[in-house]
Every structure is written in structure tokens, then in C-alpha cells.
Design a protein around this ligand. Structure first.
Ligand code: ADP
Length: 292
């Protein structure tokens, strides 16, 4: 809930940041997110999308999300809601974005989605990582730079999470050993690739069909990584059409052996889900590890 006082505080804060007088008339709750409270705010300048959370609980989450959205926006590839502002009012953080109005898919929706993701993946920088750590869900995501993907993936992704799962007694020492042993095999499994600009959390719940009938992605966990990470994520919780994969292969073919790497790439989001939600993810992780 946003009460009158908070609406006024937000109007003032946002007006200062955007350098335009913004008067919020109404905030309407939007459901669908996992972590934050989301609203469509109706203002004298039209609709905006607003996310809010407890500033102490997830420090810097919105600053980091805005940095990621900015990087995707600058790539001029897959559309994202234009990032506008972030800040704090009282004990709450907020993130202000362009409001995306939903539309109906156009005929070449999946081909276009794949083409634009491939274009985004061609945006590169000299090392794997990002200029800020961020979050995947509510877990901290480390983006310490490394010039080598297997090292980045082991030290910033798999090892911190398997240790966290072990410390929380979610997995046993045997599984820790298996992950450590897999990490040693990563250089053999992954052919060299330039660091690609990734969405980082590209599952079917993180895109919408915009008013032009095209995909608009949101809620990213951006970093420069191996592009197969984004593709493996799209396969994890369903929702992407086979046309998407054909179209991607046609414009930016993956290197041989990509099928065998899907499970390895899914291991990171699976570990995140295991830590956050427990349950069945344990078996999925065991299956991946047993294959190596
Ligand atoms: P959370 O950070 O809590 O996971 P999301 O970023 O996923 O929240 O947003 C919650 C919901 O709001 C999404 O499922 C989507 O339906 C909707 N949404 C996200 N971004 C926008 C936007 N810019 N404009 C309109 N609706 C949006």
C-alpha cells in the first residue's frame, strides 16, 4: 500500500530527479513479481512503473537494477523499459521505469526476439563481469571481473552458491565435491567466447509483449558472461517457442557441444532456486552433476 503521505514524498523526489513537476494521482498495485511491490502510477505526465521495497533488506538492489537496465537500453537491441530514477523515501527504496503497455504478439515475434537477443549478445567488453554486483532474485550476484569464462563461472557463480547451500545444510559434502570437480572440467567444456551482454535472468516471467507486439524484457541480473547462460535459462522454466532457438542459431550460431553445456549453464539458476525455494531443485541439480 502507498498512502497519501508517501505519494507526496514520491512526487517530490521523482520531480527533483526528472527535473519535471510530477504529481502522482494514484498508485495501482501490479501483481506478478516475486520480491518487490510493483505499481502503475498515474501522474500528470502519464503512467509510470514503480517498484518499491525495504531499503535495509536489499541494499542497493534498485541502483544495481537500474545500472543493468541502462546497459541493456544502451545496447539498442532487446527493448527494456526505459530506466528513469531510483532513490529512497523514508525507509523504502524505489525504482521508476517507463510503463510498458501490453499488446498482442506479431507473427514473427519469436524470430524478432531471437534476432534482438543475438544483437545484444554481440555487445562485448574485454572481461567477464559487470561494473557493479547485483542480485539474482534476492541472492547477491558477484561480478568480479575475470578474463576467462570458466574461472568467472566457478568463482563468481558455482562455488559461492554451493558453499552457501552447504553452510545452510541444504546439500551434503558429496555434492560440494561434485561441484568442485565440475569446476575443474569447465575449461574443457567451454570453448572461448567473447564476454556477451546478458540479461541474466531470462525466463518466461521476465518478458512482456509490448504494445508493438514485440518482446520487452525486464527484471534483469545483467553481466557480461557466456551467452549460453541466457539461452539455457530460457529453457529452464518453459515458455520459449522452438522458433526462437532456430532463429538464434541462424543469426549467431552456438559453438559445437552447446547441447552438453545446457545443464552446466542451468546449474547456477538451479542452485539459486534451491537456496531460495528448496524442494525439487535438489534432484535437478543431482541429475546435472551426475552427467559429468
Ligand atoms: P520483481 O522485482 O518483484 O520480480 P518485476 O520486475 O518482475 O518484479 O515486476 C513485477 C510485474 O510487473 C511483472 O511480472 C510484470 O508483469 C510487470 N512489469 C514489470 N515491469 C513493467 C513495466 N516497466 N511496465 C509495466 N509492467 C511491468
Amino acid at each position: 500500500m502507498i498512502d497519501e503521505t508517501l505519494l507526496k514524498q514520491l512526487s517530490t523526489a521523482i520531480s527533483e530527479q526528472l527535473n519535471v513537476k510530477i504529481l502522482i494521482n494514484e498508485a495501482k498495485s501490479i501483481h506478478g513479481g516475486d520480491i518487490n511491490q510493483a505499481y502503475r502510477i498515474d501522474t500528470n505526465e502519464g503512467y509510470f512503473f514503480l517498484k518499491m521495497n525495504d531499503a535495509e533488506k536489499y541494499p542497493d538492489m534498485f541502483r544495481q537494477e537500474l545500472a543493468g537496465l541502462q546497459a541493456l537500453h544502451n545496447a539498442n537491441a532487446l527493448p527494456v523499459p526505459k530506466p528513469l530514477a531510483y532513490g529512497k523515501v523514508g525507509s523504502r527504496s524505489y525504482l521508476l521505469l517507463e510503463f510498458i503497455t501490453k499488446g498482442q504478439t506479431v507473427a514473427d515475434f519469436w524470430d524478432n526476439f531471437a534476432l534482438l537477443l543475438a544483437r545484444q549478445h554481440r555487445v562485448t567488453q574485454p572481461h567477464f563481469g559487470f561494473n557493479t554486483p547485483n542480485y539474482l532474485g534476492t541472492l547477491k550476484q558477484y561480478n568480479t571481473p575475470y578474463s576467462n569464462w570458466p574461472v568467472f563461472y566457478a568463482f563468481n557463480r558455482l562455488l559461492p552458491l554451493i558453499r552457501m547451500a552447504y553452510d545452510q545444510q541444504i546439500v551434503d559434502k558429496g555434492m560440494v565435491n561434485q561441484v568442485e570437480s565440475l569446476c575443474k572440467q569447465l575449461p574443457r567444456l567451454f570453448p572461448a567466447e567473447p564476454p556477451a551482454l546478458l540479461h541474466g535472468d531470462l525466463w518466461s516471467g521476465n518478458f512482456m509483449v509490448g504494445s508493438n507486439g514485440r518482446a520487452c524484457v525486464f527484471d534483469p541480473a545483467v553481466y557480461y558472461g557466456h551467452r549460453e547462460m541466457d539461452l539455457a535459462m530460457t529453457r529452464l522454466f518453459g515458455g520459449f517457442d522452438t522458433r526462437f532457438y532456430y532463429a538464434y542459431q541462424a543469426v549467431y550460431p552456438l559453438q559445437p557441444g552447446w547441447q552438453q553445456r545446457i545443464g552446466v549453464c542451468q546449474l547456477y539458476p538451479l542452485l539459486v532456486h534451491l537456496i531460495l525455494f528448496g524442494g525439487n531443485y535438489y534432484n535437478s541439480i543431482r541429475e546435472v552433476l551426475q552427467a559429468y
